[in-house]
Design a protein around this ligand. Structure first.
Ligand SMILES: NC(=O)c1ccc[n+]([C@@H]2O[C@H](COP(=O)([O-])OP(=O)(O)OC[C@H]3O[C@@H](n4cnc5c(N)ncnc54)[C@H](O)[C@@H]3O)[C@@H](O)[C@H]2O)c1
Length: 167
């Protein structure tokens, strides 16, 4: 996909890997919707939407606002994540449930027949959960990938690549 002129939504965009995604997308000419709990990044061609991705209503609202603002959505980076073993329920909510939910919402907004033109969904994962959570999410995303393959979609998960590298 050529990134120039595309509209991307990046969760966890305020710092770390998400921030690097934003910088790369801007350098390549994209417009970017930054979704995070914290507001730290305000370059041109962006809007910032404060959102807890674990809050379904808020998260759905960010997609609506993004498309209202930029007119479309082409790229989704589900990157927001935490590493908090003590609050494991919240961690699962953010790192797993919200990624699956975000993927479904992204598909709705990007699919042909619903105003979209296909697109790319990038889900960031961790090798640390490879044997448990990542296997579940890989199976889930494989199903989505197959079911949406005729709709000009690319759904990716980094642990696919990581897994094949370590196999
Ligand atoms: N950095 C690593 O070595 C590493 C390794 C494995 C996996 N990962 C994964 O990569 C992703 C990014 O990691 P990072 O190191 O850049 O993290 P980071 O902690 O530097 O940044 C995460 C961002 O997500 C945001 N965030 C957290 N919870 C949120 C929520 N509920 N709603 C909205 N925003 C929220 C934070 O405010 C922060 O800006 C995460 O999903 C993480 O699990 C990172």
């Amino acid at each position: 996909m050529h990134v120039n002129g595309k509209v991307a939504l990046v969760t966890g965009a305020a710092q770390g890997i998400g921030r690097a995604f934003v910088q790369m997308l801007l350098e390549k000419g994209a417009k970017v919707v930054l979704v995070d709990l914290n507001r730290e990044f305000e370059p041109q061609r962006t809007i910032f939407i404060q959102c807890d991705v674990a809050d379904q209503e808020q998260f759905e609202g960010t997609f609506k606002k993004a498309v209202e603002h930029f007119g479309k959505l082409d790229i989704l980076v589900n990157n927001a994540g935490v590493n908090n073993e003590k609050n494991w329920e919240s961690t699962i909510q953010i790192n797993l449930t919200s990624v699956i939910r975000g993927t479904y919402i992204g598909l709705e907004y990007m699919k042909k027949g619903n105003g979209g033109d296909g697109g790319v969904i990038i889900n960031i994962s961790s090798l640390a959960g490879e044997n448990i959570l990542c296997l579940n999410i890989c199976s889930f995303l494989t199903l989505i990938k197959k079911s949406q393959s005729t709709l000009n979609f690319l759904v990716n998960i980094l642990s696919f690549k990581a897994k094949s590298n370590t196999a």
